[in-house]
Design a protein around this ligand. Sequence first.
Ligand code: FAD
Length: 500
Amino acid sequence: MTDANRIRKIAIVGGGTAGWSAACLLGRIFARDDTEIQLIESSDIPTVGVGEATIPPIFEFLQLLEIDPVDFVRETQATFKLAIEFRDWLKVGHSYWHPFGNFGVTIDRRPFHHYWWKNEAQGHDDKVADFCPSIALAEQDKFLFPPADGQFPGGALSYALHFDAGLVAAYLRRISEQLGIIRLDRKVERATLDDRGHIDQLHCDDGSSVSADLYIDCSGFRGLLIEQGLDAGYEDWTNWLPCDRAVAVQSEAVGPRTPYTISTAREAGWQWRIPLQNRVGNGYVYSSAFISDSEAQARLVGSLDGKPLADPRVIGFTAGHRKKFWDGNCVAIGLSAGFLEPLESTSIHLIVTGLNRLLDYFPDRNFDPALQAAYNRETLTEYEHIRDFLMLHYYPNQRIGEPFWDHVREAPLPDSLAQKMELFGNSGRIISRRRELFHDLSWFFVARGMGLKPKSYDPLADIPDFHDVRDVMGQVSGAVGQLARAAPTHDQFLEALITP
Ligand code: FAD
C-alpha cells in the first residue's frame, strides 16, 4: 500500500449511541495520525432514545475506549446487571433466569451443566441458584465485584450495565471532541455517488457539502447512506421474529434497584423493566398484527410500578438486516445496519462488534472487495446466531390458545436453529463455536427455562461414582450461599461506589 492510498478523511453520519461510539473508537485509533474525522448529526432529528441494557462485553469496549468504568457508572446513572429474569414466557406464573457468568465448576474437564441433567435424572431437585453466583445474588437484590485474584466460588461472576442512553451518547461525545472529532450540526439531505458507485459527497440542508474517503452510516433505522444512497436492500426477518413495534416510557423508581432486567411475556410480545439509579425504563415490544398501538400503550402504562415520567412513545421497526452491511466506501453501524428486538440486549453489542470488525478489515482507498465480503459474511453469521437464540425464547412456549403465542410456537424454525435443537434434545449438547456470542450455558439456561429437556446427557458426565459429583456440588452450593449472604445489597454497593 502506498501512503497515497491511506484513508485520510472519515465522515460519520448520526450522533446516537452508534455514531458517538464510532467517533470515540476511531478517535482513539487515529489519535496520533492526521486522519480527519467528522461527525454530522442533526439536532432536529432525535435519536431513538432507548437502548439501556447491555451484556458483559460492554466492559471490554469501555477498556478499549480507555474509559474508567466507575466514572462511567457515575455519569450515566448506571446500575449493574447480573441476569435477565424471564417471567411468564413458558406459561403464566412461571419464571426463569438467564444469568451471566458461570454455573458450577468444571468436573473432570466437562462443564457442570452436563452433570446437571444426570443429577436431575437421579431424582435430585437442587436449585440452579445454589450453583450460580449471579442468580444467587440477583434473587436477593445483591451485588459485588468479584475478587481481583479471579478466585470465586461456583465459577466466575460476570455482569453488565443498565444505563441512560442519552447520557452515554453525551459522555462519548465529550471524549470524542477532546480527541479532535469535528461535530457538524446539520441535516444531510442526500448522498451523491461517483462513477464506481461509491459515495462521493453528502449534501446538507444549509447548502454545504461534505466529502470523505470512508463513510460510516449511523443514521438510525432510515439508513440514510446505506439504503437511501446505496440501495443495499433489507432482509426482512418478520417471519422469524414477528414483533415490529415497541412502546416505551420511563417511570419513577420504586423499591430497590434490581441488579437484573425483568422481561415479562405479554399477550402480543413482552415487556422490559430496566432500573437505573434515578428512574426505571419500561417498554412493551409487540407484534402489531396481534395488538393495536393504543392497547399496547394502555397495557404498558397500566402495569408500571412507578408513576410515568412522560407520555409513552411508539417506535416501529422491522426485524432483519441490510443485505450489505458494508457497501463500497460505506459501512452501516447501529440501527442503520439492522435490528433484532432487544430481548437479550444485543444491539449495542452489535455496534461494538461492527466497529471492531471494521478495524480488523480496515480498508485503504482501493476498497478491496474481499475485505467488504469478509465483513459482510461475518456480520451475517453473527445476526443469524442472535436471531436463533432469540427464537429459542419463543417457540417452546406453552401459552396455548393465545393467538400471538400460538403463532410463534407453530412457525417453522430456521435450519440452523432446528439442527441445534435436535442436538440439544437428543443429548443436551449445543454447537457453540468460540466466536458465537451466546455460549452453551446461555442456551442451557434458556432452553431449560422454556421447559426443554434432553432425552439423554453427555456420556462423559455419566461417571459411575456420582457421589464425587455430589460432594463437589455440596462444596459449590455452600460457597455460593456464603457469598450471597455476605454480599451487600445492590443499592448499598451502588451508593458506596457513586458517592465521591
Ligand atoms: P439513533 O439513536 O436513531 O441515532 C440516529 C442519529 O442519526 C441521530 O443522531 C440523528 O440526529 C442522526 N440523523 C438521522 N438522519 C440524519 C440526517 N438526515 N442528517 C443528519 N443526522 C441524521 N440496544 C441495546 O443494546 N439494549 C437495549 O436494551 C435496547 N433496547 C432497545 C429498545 C427498542 C424499542 C429499540 C428500538 C432499540 C433498542 N436497542 C437496544 C437498540 C439501541 O437503541 C440502538 O442500537 C442504539 O441506540 C443505536 O442507535 P443508533 O445510534 O444507530 O440510531
